[in-house]
Design a protein around this ligand. Structure first.
Ligand code: CAO
Length: 415
């Protein structure tokens, strides 16, 4: 079966996490992704966080599936000549260098356009235009600068970063969408364009509801869905809401049987208004169905602490899976806190290809997260990441370079 992006050629100058997530997605949708790596070194993550000496790290392998790897010194004049040929033969150049690196290499937007007017140049940067546009940025910096850290954590604790890589992988996702849109627009215009996804912007986009709350707070001085209500204090900025959903349907994390020894024996419980009656039956608080102090969502807001204490008294008598089964039978929204150990072993995620086992020539078998986006006419086959420079000769031959030229580049350590 064909793939959605069959025929699209990506010149992949990405490294570390944010850019590679983007180009991995494009590869999973069928694009031919040619990853250009520094001759003799490669993507720095090949050797970061290694668990097996001398073998590409899981950090690298899990972010670079389905790509081809070529080594090329793009600062060497002969390397630049090869790069020109690559630019002429590809549809998209994706990069997440520090600001200005591509220009310093001699490949400005104007130069790339002169070489290939159809080329789309897609970049991840830490910040968009403004005071911080020249700054280098990593995941947690983006989480802090994009509003996630100030709104995550407990009221009496410091700002917290989250394990979900919303700065890197989140921005990679944003960039991938931008690239696909630019490819679509090119069908009409025949022209390439620049695509920019700034990590601060991507994180802020994912924190959209917190900017909503900032404006609600500014208008009313209080947010009744937050744990600070009714006994705590609100300042002028959106506070950290701990595990409160803070949304239209109050929710929280509650303990389950075994919480004393198992750090993940917890359940997220949502007191969805349409199933309030069922919740009261399940937890044995039938009186709350008609009691005016509990019967409506508004009446419950000042009593959420007490409500969740009663719910927890019930969940503590069940394992998280028992509680989930019982609550789902009544259509009450909830979810177990699943550890990475549990997710890795979950059969349904294996069945859908969301968790896949991949074989690698030097590492052996390892687990990875497959394509989370499923297209019915473009199924994803996860292929192992390339070894450093594994496809250099193949790609250069496709560009029309003769064997003797390739040997000369190799002798000069350009590839
Ligand atoms: N041949 C020759 N030189 C190459 C090359 C190649 N194939 N590929 C890269 N280089 C050069 C670059 O041109 C650059 O040279 P100059 O500094 O002389 O211009 C140099 O390698 C280093 O690139 P870099 O500045 O991008 O790398 P860094 O390790 O210093 O910074 C990072 C890393 C991630 C902080 C920075 O790239 C960045 O801020 N990127 C944008 C934001 C981003 O994506 N962050 C997420 C990272 S994942 O957590």
């Amino acid at each position: 079966m064909g793939k959605a992006l069959d025929g699209v050629r990506i010149l992949d100058f990405t490294h570390v996490q944010s850019g590679p997530t983007c180009t991995q997605l494009l590869a999973w949708f069928g694009a031919d992704v040619i990853k250009v790596e520094k001759a003799g070194a490669g993507d720095v993550t090949r050797e970061q966080l290694r668990d097996i000496p001398g073998v590409d790290s899981l950090y690298f392998t899990m972010l670079n599936h389905n790509k081809r790897s070529i080594t090329l010194d793009t600062k060497h004049p002969r390397g630049k000549a090869v790069l020109e040929r690559l630019i002429k033969s590809c549809d998209v150049l994706v990069e997440n260098f520090a600001p200005g690196a591509l220009d310093r290499m001699g490949f400005t937007w104007e130069r790339i356009q002169a070489l290939n007017p159809r080329m789309i140049v897609a970049s991840v940067k830490g910040f968009g235009p403004g005071p911080y546009e020249d700054c280098k940025v990593y995941e947690n910096v983006a989480q802090c600068a994009g509003g996630a850290a100030s709104t995550t954590g407990f009221d009496d604790g410091p700002p917290l970063v989250t394990g979900a890589q919303i700065g890197d992988s989140g921005t990679g996702l944003h960039l991938a969408l931008g690239i696909v849109c630019a490819l679509y627009q090119r069908n009409a215009t025949g022209r390439g364009q620049k695509v920019l996804a700034a990590m601060q912007d991507g994180v802020l986009n994912l924190c959209r509801v917190k900017l909503r709350d900032q404006q609600r707070l500014a208008r009313t001085g209080v947010m009744k869905e937050y744990p600070q209500y009714p006994n705590g204090k609100f300042g002028s900025a959106v506070p950290r809401a701990a595990n409160a959903s803070g949304g239209g349907q109050p929710g929280s994390i509650v303990k389950c049987k075994g919480w004393e020894t198992d750090p993940n024996a917890y359940l997220y419980f949502i007191t969805q208004a349409p199933v309030w009656k069922e919740i009261c039956h399940v937890i044995g608080r039938e009186a709350w169905i008609t009691d005016p102090a509990y019967a409506t969502p508004d009446a419950r807001l000042p009593r959420l602490k007490e409500v969740f204490q009663a719910i927890e008294a019930w969940t503590m008598t069940k394992t998280k899976f028992e509680a989930m089964a019982e609550l789902n039978a009544h259509d009450i929204p909830c979810g177990p806190i699943l550890s990475m150990e549990e997710l890795a072993a979950e059969p349904s995620l294996r069945a859908t290809g969301t968790v896949v086992e991949v074989d690698h020539p030097t590492r052996g078998k390892y687990l990875s997260v497959g394509n989370p986006i499923k297209l019915s006419d473009s199924p994803t086959e996860v292929k192992r990441s390339p070894l450093l420079g594994e496809h250099t000769r193949e790609v250069l031959a496709e560009l029309g370079l003769a064997d003797a030229d390739i040997e000369a580049l190799s002798a000069e350590k350009v590839i």
